[in-house]
Design a binder for this molecule. Sequence first.
Ligand SMILES: *Cc1c(COP(=O)(O)O)cnc(C)c1O
Length: 371
Amino acid sequence: MNVPFLDLRAARSELRAEIDAALRRVADSGRYLMGPEVEAFEAEFAAYCGNAHCVAVGSGCDALELALRALGVGPGDEVLVPAGTFAGTWLAVSETGARPVPVETRETTRTMDPDRIEAALTPRTRAIVPVHLYGHPADMRPVEALAARHGLHIVEDAAQAHGAAYRGRRIGAAPSTAAFSFYPGKNLGAMGDGGAVVTADAALAGRVRLLRNYGSRVKYRHETRATNSRLDEMQAAVLRVKLARLDEWNARRAAVAERYLAALAGLEGVGLPRTAPWARTSWHLFVLRVRRREETRRRLTGAGIGTLIHYPVPPHLSPAYADLGYGPGAFPVTERLAGEVLSVPIGPHLPAEAVETVIAAVRAAVRDAAA
Ligand SMILES: *Cc1c(COP(=O)(O)O)cnc(C)c1O
């Protein structure tokens, strides 16, 4: 039995009739941008998160970038980001003209280490972008305390954390500002690109609305220089169908994770993801640490199990940021994790027998790689 890393057709199958109806409704409406579907989705997603405003945009990267720009972040500013994250977090920051300043990873949660933030501050620091990586919330309480003490903005990168919660409060809930992605593979995924800024700050929401639409509130009256980054009506209609399933699908992800955790516990040479007592993870990814990763991965591929590495090269070591001057060893925890992490299939549509196949294959691959 082959188990692909992710097969989005299963989600499509489960919702076929509803998605077809939603797409037909938009096609027949003659209204393809900035219409009723986007408006309804924004209201529904804001309510889901427990926040006042949602502004839908073209992607998760745009959501981060436009939220930062709306807060006035730009050239000459510094923004603290995790060293261990998807490059998109950094790229959104650098697209504003600001400089991403990495903060080392905390090994247990694999998110930004709050104890390392203070040392990264300079007089130019304007904002912090914690990332809820793999769906596990960053430890926000110390970040919020530090941001308040130094007058810094926080924009959470919630691209992997739809439905996750920190100390009983859903990610994106008031009073926070969070950027979400609706990339197809995310927990709430469109059939194309999409993103949103969720915030309690009405003025911020208003500025993002301006920035996503040519800097214009009234047609052909441009108040500021801006871009075009909109969620279209088709994607909004699809997302409305899927939002109604998000909690149930996240619960199915959690069930897969529970089974992996039980079945792989104590396996020599394998580290399992840990969930902090204050966290409810969205289980966007199930990420093992594997001592002999390359050999193990090769064996899993041979056994028909799809795996991915999230992420093989930390942004500070990628060519895109060579000019920042970080070399190997600058962020040892992040770099060690990058050399060991291995993501195995997880999702709301992974059949129970596929989960068992993955478990057996991981056990065999780890054993053979050690031999
Ligand atoms: C997916 C992702 C993004 C970017 O979202 P896009 O919609 O692909 O632009 C940013 N940060 C993280 C952590 C992500 O996983």
